[in-house]
Design a binder for this molecule. Structure first.
Ligand SMILES: O=C1O[C@H](COP(=O)(O)O)[C@@H](O)[C@H](O)[C@H]1O
Length: 249
């Protein structure tokens, strides 16, 4: 692991705008050296605001979206189109515009299956692991994601890896999650192994309710207590916060 950077923005709106500009610039930079580009999206408040800001940015048209693959760090195990799915929210915020106007092929969008397409969270996780492996370099279990976005809950969870939960110890690249403390109870998540194979991991978090866990993660508290402690990119880890989230009591 190399390089951790903490960047503080004045408020959640500026944070989302800056994260979107950073994301689009990163895609442009990566596309000048390799293709395809693999990006992992997150759900959550700032994650979705970041996607909406990307959709509204003039830079959106500078990216060659035909060479970008979009994945998810986690999904609520709900049927396609459910408004609570991270996928549904991401499509409304950005992906629908990318497929309609900017040449993103639908085949480059890799949602995690819900109960309409997989019999259980485990079956969905297994199918996702196979899809990740199909797009990985030889010998790897998942693509070396160029950017992996993560929101962080007020309890310090990232993706669907919750404090004290048995899914924290899962091996492989994906895990079916039951008894999530945050609804819905059933989810699918990347594991730490998959997250930490990313070249760059960006944690985006805003609001005073995130401050205590952001500080604990940055101070290196245990992953069992604060799952966000355990995420890092192989090249770089960015913590993109607003002032409220950076200001622990
Ligand atoms: O349920 C989830 O929550 C987290 C954080 O959400 P936030 O609204 O507190 O920012 C999100 O990162 C995760 O993808 C999502 O499934």
């Amino acid at each position: 692991m190399t390089g951790r950077l903490v960047v503080v923005h004045p408020d959640a709106d500026v944070l989302a705008q800056a994260a979107a500009a950073r994301l689009l610039t990163r895609l442009l930079d990566v596309q000048s050296v390799r293709r395809p580009v693999h990006v992992v999206l997150t759900g959550g408040t700032v994650g979705i605001r970041t996607l909406a800001a990307a959709a509204a940015s003039p830079l959106v048209g500078a990216v060659d979206w035909s060479g970008v693959h979009l994945w998810w760090g986690d999904e609520r195990y709900l049927p396609a189109g459910d408004p609570d799915r991270n996928e549904t929210q991401a499509r409304a915020a950005l992906l629908d515009a990318l497929t309609a106007s900017w040449g993103l092929p639908e085949g480059n969008v890799h949602p995690m299956a819900g109960p309409d397409a997989a019999d259980s969270p485990e079956a969905s996780a297994q199918a996702y692991a196979a899809e990740l492996a199909a797009h990985a370099e030889a010998g790897a279990a998942a693509p070396a994601f160029d950017v992996l976005l993560l929101g962080m809950g007020p309890d310090g969870h990232v993706a669907s890896l919750f404090p004290g939960h048995e899914a924290l110890a899962a091996g492989g690249t994906t895990v079916g999650v039951h008894h999530s403390p945050k609804p819905p109870a059933e989810r699918v998540s990347l594991t730490f192994e998959a997250v930490n194979a990313a070249r760059e991991v960006w944690v985006v978090a805003a609001g005073a309710e995130k401050a205590e866990q952001a500080a604990a993660a940055l101070a290196g508290h245990t992953v069992t207590e604060v799952p966000a402690s355990g995420v890092h990119g192989t090249d770089r880890t960015l913590w993109l916060l607003d002032t409220a989230a950076s200001d622990a009591p």
